[in-house]
Design a binder for this molecule. Sequence first.
Ligand code: S3P
Length: 444
Amino acid sequence: LQGRKLLNLTTSVNSKIQGSVRCPGDKSISQRVLMIGALMNQAMKIDGFLHGADPLSTMSSLNQIGAKITIGKDGLVYLNKRDRAFLDCKDSLDLGNSGTGLRLMLGLTSGIGLNLSFCGDKSLSKRPMGRAINPLVEMGANIESLNGKLPISLSSAKLQTKFTYELPVASAQVKSSILLAGLAAKAEIQVIEPIQTRDHTERMLKNFGAKIEITSKQNKNIINLSSSNFLQAKDYTVVGDISSASFLMVAALISHSEGLEIQNVGMNPSRTGVLQVLKKMGANIEIKNQRLESGEPCADLVVKKSKLKGVKLSGDIIPNIIDEIPILSIAAAFAEGETLICDAAELRVKESDRLQAVSDGFKKMGIIHKNLEDGMSISGNADSLSLKDSILIESHDDHRIAMSFLIAGLKCSKPITVKNCENILTSFPNFIELTSAIGYKLEK
Ligand code: S3P
């Protein structure tokens, strides 16, 4: 998957999934540890880092403003101490395909008070950034954008010393952006979230000794970050990404699998909704060796071929499974009965319009489904899909769409080709090697 050249991948038929693999590092955590680590400015070593395009574009952006982050020959990431303050930068910071990179960097650099501009790829340039810009501007940041989208420029401004914000959309990126702005500006922050979103930023800040408290009131989470924080660096281990593991889980569940072990999967409760959903669908997944790594729970999973049935997904669980809905839709397509997904309009503003992208792929495969404004209903069938001929599916340049349909190929009688899979590199750079290691060959 090296390079950004266009890459079509073709599935093979009659594969048997088995073996034992290590889950690649968590993308959300890898990005956060670089930003928080750079701000702490103390020597520190990171193990388990995801060497994917998204964390790497965040790393280069941080180095552009003066951070000293290097990758050792041992593959570990080293945060070295800077001998001067962060710097303004004339060249735009390019966050590539990464919404997390851009939204969190906007918060961090507003808090530091830099003069900068930001850019990204075609997909990132279409995504709404107002949700991150608005609270930062309310805090006092000086940010200009093209109607809430890239290109964005930031000029140095003093932020308020005390700021409270209630999130209008359930977004861990917006929550984290505000917390990082507050941390960098030494401001007292209160973020109120009506629905729980992933809490990696809060856990990481606690892990490094920040004064951060989370309480709940009338079903809302209230996060209070104190204005005076001295963070103490310590070596950090990034747990595996449950969103990446979910492609492997569904592969084992829908194919002829004698059992697949996925080691080192992040088990943060704000991310494990996918396990709850799969178990409700009838999945046989055993959770072993539960442990804690740098303040994040993780475990090893053993997944066995299972008879799946349809489920209803809506409400508060949606933010918890937001990145897994495309692969859960594939599981639903090969489950008995109907699956209904609602309250998921947020999928329309991810790396692609994921509801549309899944529907387009389903049309090509002949999977019966109905599109809704905020979701989809899927008529599942547990049998293998008999195709007259091989088919071509668009990835919409979206890593999770590409991987979802490549996994769907396990249940098809003819190979399917997924176009433009190069963005798999953003979150799962060893996807081809790993699927091949468990018995599923993808041809370039
Ligand atoms: C992420 C949060 C989610 C998720 C994204 C990563 C994060 O986005 O979809 O892949 O690292 O905070 P939102 O917070 O915008 O829902």
